[in-house]
Design a protein around this ligand. Structure first.
Ligand SMILES: [Zn+2]
Length: 300
């Protein structure tokens, strides 16, 4: 998820104090412990996971900026003196990647192969949200499931289908029964956020979320928002499947996007979040619009 959504989460997070004059919110990360060796850290963009292994630390997602990445490392140093050896990225959005700028370049960065391609494309395009060039993924995942052992920690990395982006990676700790979902789950919004520009997919989102709830897990750390139960993820999945089916039905009836928005009870589109992410801001298409575009693009 990008900058616009980070703003939303900053406003929603109770730990964020608004700076004087309503300016930049002061960042105060919150460290949550899940197991003796597993934490998640809230604030400064997407949620991060911290898994303490035998000799080193595995981090899931690295915050939005160099300052955020440094704060994350400072928080980890308060948990353990062990060094961060590995970062696993759930997807390529800057609020999960760009904090890598503060990490040593010796750290191994694991990501799905499409994540790396998206970062390379963003680097080539330039701009202030481009990822740090010297921290591109050093190990890419190109299979649907990869079981790895890092620093004595068993992990399973899953990519069932394109969902939030084409380069999503779900991180599962089978011994601890914990899933790091990335932005496939972001709880500040009722509907899934899907980046069509990064070849995400609403159908793939459903496939992926079915895969996540089938895992033997009871704690789900979302990309944004609070820790989720399996029941909460199942409800989100059921709601999304029902909404997608309704949109599909309305598209088949030849309804326009505006008619469909009204029929499914969406709020009117906000400026900057218009068709194709149009408008002036870094907005995102709504779930309804994503499904509409997918179905009409396919000529369904
Ligand atoms: Zn995000």
């Amino acid at each position: 998820m990008g900058i616009a959504f980070s703003g939303v989460s900053a406003l929603a997070a109770p730990a964020m104090a608004q700076g004087p004059g309503g300016g930049q919110p002061a960042v105060a990360f919150v460290v949550h412990q899940l197991k003796p060796n597993v934490y998640w850290i809230e604030g400064g963009g997407g949620n991060s996971g911290v898994i303490v292994g035998d000799k080193g630390v595995i981090v899931v997602d690295a915050k939005t900026s160099a300052a955020g990445g440094k704060e994350l490392l400072d928080d980890i140093a308060k948990i353990t003196p062990k060094p961060v050896t590995t970062v696993i990225l759930t997807h390529s959005d800057g609020d999960h990647v760009n904090g890598l700028a503060s990490f040593p370049t010796s750290v191994k960065v694991i990501a799905h192969e499409n994540n790396k391609k998206e970062q390379e494309a963003a680097l080539a395009a330039g701009g202030r949200n481009a990822p740090p060039a010297d921290h591109l993924p050093s190990q890419v995942i190109s299979t649907n499931k990869e079981s790895v052992k890092i620093d004595g920690v068993k992990l399973e990395l899953y990519h069932w289908a394109p969902a939030h982006t084409s380069g999503d990676l779900v991180v599962y700790l089978p011994s601890e029964k914990i899933v790091f979902t990335g932005d496939i789950i972001a709880t500040q919004m009722a509907d899934p956020l899907i980046h069509l520009a990064k070849n995400g997919s609403s159908e793939g989102w459903i496939t992926t979320t079915k895969g996540m709830v089938a895992l033997n897990a009871d704690q789900f750390v979302p990309g944004h928002g609070d820790l989720q139960t399996k029941a909460a993820i199942q409800k989100r999945l059921a709601d999304t499947e029902a909404k997608r089916a309704k949109i599909e039905d309305l598209v088949a009836q030849g309804k326009s996007l505006d008619e469909i928005r009204t029929a499914v009870g969406d709020p009117p589109p906000v400026e900057g979040r218009g068709p194709g992410g149009g408008g002036r801001g870094p907005g995102f298409a709504s779930f309804t619009q994503v499904v509409y575009e997918e179905l009409t693009r396919k000529g369904a």
